[in-house]
Design a protein around this ligand. Structure first.
Ligand SMILES: *[C@@H]1O[C@H](CO)[C@@H](O)[C@H](O)[C@H]1NC(C)=O
Ligand SMILES: *[C@@H]1O[C@H](CO)[C@@H](O)[C@H](O)[C@H]1NC(C)=O
Ligand SMILES: *[C@@H]1O[C@H](CO)[C@@H](O)[C@H](O)[C@H]1NC(C)=O
Ligand SMILES: *[C@@H]1O[C@H](CO)[C@@H](O)[C@H](O)[C@H]1NC(C)=O
Ligand SMILES: *[C@@H]1O[C@H](CO)[C@@H](O)[C@H](O)[C@H]1NC(C)=O
Length: 463
């Protein structure tokens, strides 16, 4: 017997002893909790079978102790399963596991789903096939989808309806879910893609990647589309958070931790989704053709959805009520850097007399307890053609516009920039707004270098 075998046996023995001890202590030897099965490079190299897909079941009745879920769980009477055929089923599919480790967030996502809805949560564990060489993993993903579809077929035979399935796929898991959808000709209920994987999928045929035809409704959240995520829309609605590339609060420095540098953006989609499940504040997307247009304040409403903006989370069709549901609709929103990630979108319109030089302005919106400053760069304009220039930009604030008490403008440009800026008007308004909100405006003043200008608003919130 080789040394490697001895080590594995030793490990198994240790695990056995440990669980035995725990079992006695806990006095619960009759029910052992199932867990995701991690793998090591050593095991992986010696593998005899390609995939080892297993399923874990979590419900409100066994939140702390996952149950292994198999085809037999549906019919077996000796070992009753917590699975309830009359309830909808959420299927969580993880993605690529570089080191073969268990994804630590699976439990949190399952619990967040179960807090929101009384459903069956089935976790697909395909860590064995999802680990190490990315290109080999990409070869495996369809085979995993085929295996999942066999189980779904069996569940269908036992009375589960295809439309009652909602897949939540993370990264590469989104394409696994997409291929399950392809196998069922788009008849499964919903697929939610959390930063669907980009490498090797962006140029792929829709047969090979997630697309709107894979389920009755497909929603996607994009947070790292310049690296691990995909930059093209893959669902009916695609939420691009902060433009979909770089997330606030994720370190940009190369001295940042491995997590900060490599996967913070990518994992943000999951954290925002879990936060949305808790329902503490709305995360709504606004349709726009590009992020640049959105930031310029050219997209301020959800008229194409008859006024209701799509929301991240579990509401049916993301809250869209129009029919047919548009496809590949790009939606944009800005978020804050930490839970619950919601932010109010505020359009700033600054009308100034023509500038000779470029200028830098710091805009601060203050409430009683909070101040938030954001920088604005104004480029010089051709004064022979216009006598006024309008700058529009979208800002965020943690609180709604009606709570803002003071606006402050500071000319922060260096000496070689514009020294005196004549402001014809500055207006702030919140969007999207369904009431007839009047923008807050101040007219005709100068902002000089070194002398901040501010104005107090008198207003009340009528919640
Ligand atoms: C089992 O025992 C361990 C250690 O004593 C404890 O931390 C854990 O909460 C127990 N689990 C249950 C389900 O009682
Ligand atoms: C463990 O189980 C035995 C028999 O089922 C019971 O008598 C005992 O009280 C239990 N101990 C604890 C600590 O729960
Ligand atoms: C877990 O992984 C080990 C080694 O990779 C394998 O022998 C075992 O069968 C797996 N268990 C399940 C339930 O898939
Ligand atoms: C997973 O792998 C790590 C490192 O190899 C090991 O420490 C841990 O006990 C394993 N967990 C399970 C549940 O097998
Ligand atoms: C299964 O779900 C249905 C519908 O929610 C409920 O009425 C029923 O009590 C559940 N069955 C069990 C065994 O929990």
């Amino acid at each position: 017997m080789s040394q490697q075998h001895n080590i594995i046996l030793l490990c198994l023995f240790t695990v056995f002893i440990t669980s035995l001890v725990l079992g006695l202590e806990n006095n619960s030897t009759d029910e052992e909790c199932a867990d995701l099965n991690n793998t090591t490079w050593q095991e992986y190299r010696q593998r005899s079978v390609k995939l080892q897909v297993q399923y874990l079941l979590l419900t409100r009745r066994n939140l702390d102790c996952a149950q292994t879920f198999t085809q037999q769980s549906l019919t077996e009477t000796e070992q009753p399963s917590y699975f309830n055929i009359s309830r909808p089923t959420k299927v969580i599919v993880h993605g690529y596991r570089a080191l073969g480790s268990k994804p630590s967030w699976v439990k949190d996502l399952a619990v967040a789903l179960l807090r929101a809805q009384d459903v069956n949560v089935v976790v697909v564990d395909w860590i064995y096939g999802a680990s190490f060489a990315y290109n080999l993993v990409v070869e495996n993903y369809k085979e995993v989808a085929v295996q999942i579809s066999v189980l779904i077929n069996q569940m269908q035979t036992n009375g589960c309806k295809l439309e009652s399935f909602h897949f939540i796929g993370i990264s590469l898991g989104a394409h696994v879910a997409g291929f399950v959808g392809t196998l069922f000709e788009g008849k499964i209920g919903r697929i939610t893609a959390l930063d669907p994987a980009g490498p090797m999928f962006k140029g792929a045929d829709t047969f090979d990647r997630l697309d709107p035809s894979d389920a009755l409704f497909v929603d996607a959240i994009h947070t790292d589309s310049d690296y691990f995520g995909i930059s093209i829309p893959v669902g009916h609605v695609d939420f691009f958070l902060n433009g979909g590339k770089d997330q606030t609060g994720c370190a940009r420095s190369r001295f940042a931790s491995m997590y900060g540098y490599v996967i913070c953006d990518h994992m943000r989609a999951l954290h925002v989704y879990m936060s949305a499940l808790s329902g503490s504040c709305p995360l709504i997307g606004i349709p726009c053709s590009s992020y640049e247009d959105f930031l310029k304040g050219n997209c301020l409403d959800c008229d194409i959805f008859k006024g209701t903006c799509p929301t991240i989370g579990l509401s049916e069709n993301s809250g869209i009520t129009i029919s047919p549901i548009p496809k590949e609709q790009r939606l944009f929103l800005l978020t804050s850097s930490s839970t619950p990630f919601c932010a109010h979108h505020i359009l700033l319109r600054l009308e100034v007399s023509p500038l000779d030089k470029s200028a830098e302005v710091e805009v601060t919106l203050r409430t009683e307890s909070l101040r938030k400053e954001q920088r604005l760069r104004l480029s010089p304009t051709d004064s022979s053609r216009t006598d006024t220039t309008m700058y529009r930009t979208v800002l965020t604030h943690p609180l709604p516009l009606c709570e803002i008490q003071t606006i402050e403008l500071k000319n922060t440009g260096a000496f070689y920039r514009q020294g005196d800026i004549h402001v014809k008007s500055v207006c702030v308004s919140e969007f999207p707004s369904n009431r007839q909100d009047v923008p807050l405006c101040v007219n005709n003043f100068h902002i000089r270098r070194g002398a901040p200008w501010f104005h107090d608003f008198v207003q009340v919130c009528d919640y």
